[in-house]
Design a protein around this ligand. Structure first.
Ligand code: ATP
Length: 314
């Protein structure tokens, strides 16, 4: 039996812009995605099957367990689906069992790409355990079959999980600009910051938010170019000026709970340092140091149980 454990990190959106609606119900976006240290532990074991006459030919079994009993453990789980896609593509000639154990910490349906990070981890794990030797570009291509946030998770995990041997790959990065439907990724210099994240006790449907968005009525768009330059120069003032998420207005108006949470966080920080991630409902704030993040976390925990202090990966 061989085993690897991967840090499946969450992401936040430092900016999120929607440029237009495409014909296939997708949207053209432009956003800056940043990996953070808050992570699930995804352990993957490969039990190679017996050889010889009794062996079942070319059959790969998949088994999944998680500490969140309400999550599906079959192909509806992105980690399980990732194992299926990898088996379809690269499992030919193998027989045995893939066992996936997920210790979740990332809140579910939170705008933090928790499920996508689990799918990405399984893709990395099987590339490693089966010694496929695929680079980040090829792994991202597999990941895009699972969902639009998966390729970024693959790039981030390649950088953070150095034991995978891919940290030097040109596409391994903690931060990227995502364009197109979100899978066209350009690595950029990321943000070094402590953070507090807080999620109201509810989930938000990404599809509903995108459908409800009136693109013509968006008042403020982030300037991605300016944000990327500011990240490289570590100019926090300009970074914060461009921390804009065009989905925020819809979610805040539709869900008063999220508005309430954002107001609470804004009372503790400079308004420009506070933003909703993805389609929500998680709200995060950039903090000056660890103790500021810890203090804010204590305070916000009294409103939302799912509140964390963490930092970006860099
Ligand atoms: P994104 O930011 O990519 O939109 P999210 O953080 O909003 O993602 P997830 O935590 O990925 O949302 O969960 C969205 C849905 O995916 C949930 O309803 C959940 O049932 C399903 N799901 C499938 N696999 C997983 C997984 N491994 N972990 C969490 N959720 C999963």
């Amino acid at each position: 039996m061989q085993r690897i454990q991967i840090k499946a990190c969450a992401k936040i959106n430092l900016s999120l812009d929607v440029l237009r609606r495409l014909e296939n119900r997708y949207h053209e976006v432009e956003m800056v995605m940043q990996q953070i240290l808050l992570h699930d532990d995804v352990a993957v074991r490969w039990f190679a099957g017996e050889h010889g006459q009794n062996a079942q030919k070319e059959k790969v079994e998949i088994e999944l367990s998680t500490n969140r009993p309400y999550l599906p453990r079959d192909e509806r789980n992105l980690a399980y689906k990732a194992a299926m896609v990898m088996t379809d593509r690269y499992g030919g000639g193998r027989s045995g069992k893939i066992r996936i154990d997920i210790k979740k910490r990332i809140p579910v349906a939170a705008g933090l790409a928790g499920g996508s990070s689990n799918g990405a981890a399984v893709i990395h794990a099987l590339n490693y355990l089966w010694q496929l030797g695929l680079g980040v570009k090829e792994l991202c291509e597999v990941g895009s079959e699972l969902g639009s946030d998966v390729p970024f998770s693959i790039m981030g995990q390649a950088k953070e999980n150095t034991e995978l041997g891919l940290a030097g790959d040109p596409l391994a990065t903690h931060c990227a600009v995502a364009r197109g439907t979100g899978t066209d990724l350009e690595p950029v210099i990321g943000l070094k910051s402590h953070l507090v994240l807080t999620k109201p006790p509810m989930g938000v449907s990404t599809a509903e938010v995108y459908q409800g968005l009136e693109i013509g009525k968006i008042e403020r768009h982030p300037n991605t170019r300016e944000l990327v330059t500011a990240l490289a120069k570590k100019n926090y003032k300009i970074i914060q000026k461009n921390m804009i998420n065009v989905l925020e207005n819809f979610t805040l108006t539709r869900y008063p709970n999220v508005m309430y949470t954002k107001n609470k966080v804004e009372r503790l920080f400079d308004e420009e340092a506070v933003l909703m991630s993805g389609s929500g409902p998680t709200i995060f704030a950039l903090c000056r140091n660890r103790s500021e993040a810890q203090r804010a976390c204590e305070e916000l925990k009294t409103y939302n149980k799912e509140t964390f202090w963490t930092r970006t990966t860099y």
